[in-house]
Design a protein around this ligand. Sequence first.
Ligand code: MF3
Ligand code: CO
Length: 248
Amino acid sequence: MIVLKSPREIEAMKKAGEILAACHKEIAKLIKPGVTTWEIEEFVDDFLRKNGATPEQKGYKGYQYATCASINDEICHGFPRKEPLNEGDIVTIDMVVNYNGALADSAWSYGVGQLSEETTHLLKVTKEALYKGIEQAVAGNRIGDIGHAIQTYVESEGLSVVRDFIGHGIGAVIHEKPDVPHYGLPGKGARIKEGMVFTIEPMVNIGRYQTKMDLNGWTARTIDGKYSAQYEHTLAITKDGPIILTEQ
Ligand code: MF3
Ligand code: CO
């Protein structure tokens, strides 16, 4: 069942989204060679609490951290760790903020120092793919229109879209209906309606789209070891189009 949200609920989620966006802006300033994702984790935990919010991922289905920190060939759900980031790395920081019971979810990929041309292209295309998806997130369209726009664009740039992890409705809990794949066919899937709140969060790979799971049971990485990036926003559908609740 897809739970539609009232304007007041959307307003509450927007407040959570504003805190999340502000946090990402601070993270952008912190990322450089030598910094660890453990330091980012501690910064985020502290930043959220200082702003009267809590990290919703901590304790979710047994996950232990405020952030997911996925480096290079890690696609998603990497654990924050005490290893320094290196020049040329990319790291995706993903988090869900709870502010007075309202949630918002946003992931952002960051480059560490100087990046190769291939990695720069990956980040550019992945971010652009998110916005191509958002353009399709309008009442009356179908969920498949979103994935189709993303997949078509990403593949036209010679990159691939991860299938094993998808966007999702969000509300009282992190993951609700609808499922929002980043691939698929136009005109297919659920009809998009005013009051829906969901994420679009394409994970894009330089090489093959297939994933493999680490022994920790959480972290997914590319099967060919090539880099993967991700950008995610939480969106509310209104009659005037999508509102990006986590816009930076
Ligand atoms: N923010 C993640 C998502 O986009 C949620 C990860 S679940 C966690 O779906 F447990 F790892 F936090
Ligand atoms: Co999400």
